[in-house]
Design a protein around this ligand. Structure first.
Ligand code: FAD
Length: 270
């Protein structure tokens, strides 16, 4: 079983700052982590590999510093890592990002001589938040997609994904090769051992550039010029809400105080 997990390096903060002129994220001085949903996807892939055998490859598109994120995935159970990085890819929106990743997938599959049976993405990136790259990748590759998967089974050559919906969940079966986007799972991603961290530090990471994909890559679909999304203006919402913290000696006293405040504001009677 060949499994690919797409991961994104994201800023380790909830206080995202935007460059007012370029309308892009200011990443300088902000520590980075692997996108949380991608760590669940990686753990799901590693568990499936332990059941069926095979390999788990992690892939990211980003700046050279994204190698750090790939190394942390190698330490957490991935076998191989691929970085997609080149100037023409800078400024890509989700359409261009998913197109470039699909081209890189095709490039790696051609080299290996086999396709990835399963491609996992996180549900969404905690910085960009669009949740479009997984579905975009499925569309570009022409492979079926299951979104919002929290549990995965592989039985009788069929993948079964437990898909969360508004009323509960559905179990959906699909034959590979396919794509899934992963939500928070019931289990936590494993902690890497010290040995695994040291080995990952020295591991080889394959880099894919525009030149590596030149036979099939359409450069007009990459980067800013290949991105139909135009960020015209960005603003940070002003926080106008005043917060009152109620911390009385006991929960009962706190509840009483809250009731008094709500009664004063005529939200409820007393
Ligand atoms: C006009 C424009 C210009 C932009 N310029 C820049 C820029 O200069 N620099 C910049 O960093 N961002 C830029 N962005 C943001 C960029 O489009 C998104 O970060 C990117 O396309 C991913 O979208 P997302 O974060 O919403 O991911 P989502 O769709 O929410 O991510 C879902 C999942 O897809 C996978 N995934 C997402 N991104 C990647 C990736 N890069 N590699 C591998 N897997 C991935 C992960 O599994 C992730 O969990 C720009 C956006 C626009 C609209």
């Amino acid at each position: 079983m060949n499994i690919l997990v797409c991961i994104k390096q994201v800023p380790d903060t909830t206080e995202i700052k935007i460059d007012p002129e370029k309308h892009t994220l200011i990443r300088d001085g902000v520590p980075s982590i692997v996108n949380t949903f991608d760590t669940y996807a990686l753990e799901m892939a590693c568990r499936l590999k332990e059941e069926t055998g095979g390999t788990v490859t992690v892939m990211t598109m980003g700046l050279p510093q994204a190698k750090k994120a790939l190394k942390s995935c190698l330490a957490a159970g991935a076998d191989q890592a691929v970085l997609i990085s080149d100037r023409p890819f800078g400024g890509s929106d989700t359409l261009a990002t998913s197109y470039i990743i699909s081209q890189a997938v095709a490039c790696v599959e051609k080299e290996k001589g086999s396709v990835f049976d399963l491609i996992l993405c996180g549900k969404q990136a905690i910085d960009g938040d669009t949740a479009q790259v997984g579905p975009g990748l499925s569309e570009h590759l022409g492979r079926p997609l299951i979104t919002y998967v929290s549990e995965l089974k592989y039985e009788e050559a069929e993948f079964q994904g437990k898909r969360e919906n508004d009323d509960g969940y559905d179990w959906i079966g699909v034959k590979g090769p396919c794509v899934m986007t992963v939500v928070k799972t019931a289990y936590e991603p494993r902690y890497p051992t010290l040995k695994a961290k040291i080995e990952a530090e020295w591991a080889q990471i394959q880099t894919i550039t525009a030149e590596s994909m030149k036979e099939t890559l359409d450069l007009s679909k990459c980067g800013l010029k290949g991105s139909p999304t135009k960020v015209v203006r960005t603003t940070t919402p002003e926080n106008k809400v005043k917060c009152i913290y109620i911390k009385e000696a006991s929960p009962a006293l706190s509840a009483g105080k809250l009731a008094d405040i709500l009664a004063q504001k005529k939200v409820m009677g007393r």
